[in-house]
Design a protein around this ligand. Structure first.
Ligand code: LMR
Length: 396
């Protein structure tokens, strides 16, 4: 039966974890996967999460099936966080939100629904984008195109190329956009760019699919949602995939959501019924723990304030690491100006390292990065920074 099955390549991001775990060097550093590690090099268990978990365990809550679309209080909290609690979209019941298995699960539910809705559309993702975007939409049956995004000469956005490519797509294409903290580059769009993009999407009747997996890791919870809120005011219908993996440090609990902005309450009811079909035929209904914890934190003023402070701590530490990395690379005599790292947002930096240099970092120094040169700045700390910057300076 399996004699003709070919060996699939390792996943470009999660596959690195397998290699990292098998590495016996005590000095190894994992800058591959997008995970926030604290100053001690550990994945933190947030205090707000621990408090909510304590209360949950004490309550001895039964573990019945959840509704197909997940916990209502969770879905509501997701909407408030994305669109703002006072959003007219929410009061008009125009948004459909379904709890999903992380941001990836949200993208997959959205992709499967879109394939039924617009079977002949193409999907466009940024060049470069998160590796799984292409794979995920291709596996849902779509041809996937790239639109220009990153300009390596300026370490910024290729604005003209981006707009030109969006205009050149067939009408009603599905356009995946990183709402903040672009993965993998760390290079974000300005509000004026978003306005220009919005107009092209409107003219071409493209379907926006905003992916927001790092809300709170850029400038703040509300600031990072500014693109989502701009789209919310535009009158367009669009998709949003969101995740609490990073912002709640709940990676393994798979806590995300798919939100779809529709034209009316009545339309929202019909869309939700189809989303429920997609979920039911994939995994039936979502798990209880992570979403219960997130909903308890977001719906308790005390725990929410605790979470916001912890999120700000993570954001500030990443920023401090960016600045320290730039300084140390300069003082190590790195043969390149890395000041752009300090201007990037979120967990990642597109370092400009080549695949060969990344390979040398791994083989010679036990430092793991993605083959494209993406490094996870959120995995740096004051103990490993000198070793990492010295290794980078040596491979340049
Ligand atoms: C990443 O880009 O490293 C994260 O989003 C984790 C993942 O699933 O790839």
């Amino acid at each position: 039966l399996f004699s003709a099955v070919e060996m699939a390549p390792r996943d470009p991001i999660l596959g690195l974890n397998e290699a990292f775990n098998a590495d016996t060097r005590t000095t190894k550093v994992n800058l591959g996967v997008g995970v926030y590690y604290n100053e001690e090099g550990r994945i933190p268990l947030l205090r707000a999460v621990a408090e909510a978990e304590k209360a949950r365990i004490a309550a001895h809550a039964p573990r019945g099936y959840l509704p197909i679309e997940g916990i209502a209080a969770y879905d509501q909290a997701v909407q408030n966080l994305l669109f703002g609690a006072d959003s007219a979209l929410i009061t008009d019941s125009r948004v459909v939100t379904a709890q999903a298995l992380g941001g990836t699960g949200a993208l997959k539910i959205g992709a499967d629904f879109l394939k039924r809705l617009l079977p002949d559309s193409v999907v466009a993702i940024s060049d470069p984008s998160w590796e799984n975007h292409r794979a995920l939409f291709e596996s849902a049956g779509f041809p996937v195109h790239n639109y220009r995004y990153y300009d390596a000469t300026t370490n910024g956005v290729n604005r003209a190329g981006l707009l030109e490519d969006l205009k050149a797509l067939p009408p009603r294409s599905i356009v995946v956009l990183h709402a903040c903290c672009h993965n993998p580059t760390g290079v974000d769009l300005e509000l004026d760019d978003w306005k220009a993009i919005l107009e092209v999407l409107r003219e071409r009747e493209h379907v926006p699919f905003l992916d927001i997996a790092y809300q709170g890791f850029g400038d703040g919870i509300d600031q990072d949602a500014s693109a989502v809120r701009l789209f919310a005011q535009s009158g367009l219908q669009f998709f949003v995939s969101s995740s609490f993996s990073k912002s709640f440090s709940l990676y393994g609990e798979r806590v995300g959501a798919l939100s779809i902005v529709t034209a009316s309450k009545e339309e929202a009811g019909r869309v939700l019924s189809q989303i429920k079909r997609v979920i039911r035929t994939n995994y039936s209904n979502p798990p209880t723990h992570g979403a219960t914890v997130v909903a308890s934190v977001l719906n308790s003023p005390e725990l929410r304030a605790m979470w916001e402070a912890e999120l700000a701590e993570m954001r500030d530490r990443i920023r401090a690491m960016r600045l320290a990395m730039v300084e140390q690379l300069a003082s190590q005599g790195a043969a390149r100006d890395f000041s752009f790292v300090a201007r990037q947002r979120g967990m990642f930096s597109y370092s400009g390292l080549s695949a060969e240099q990344v390979e040398r970092l791994k083989n010679e120094f036990g430092i793991y990065a993605v083959g494209t040169g993406r490094i996870c700045v959120a995995a740096l700390n004051t103990r490993n920074l000198a070793a990492v910057t010295s290794a980078i300076a040596q491979v340049l």
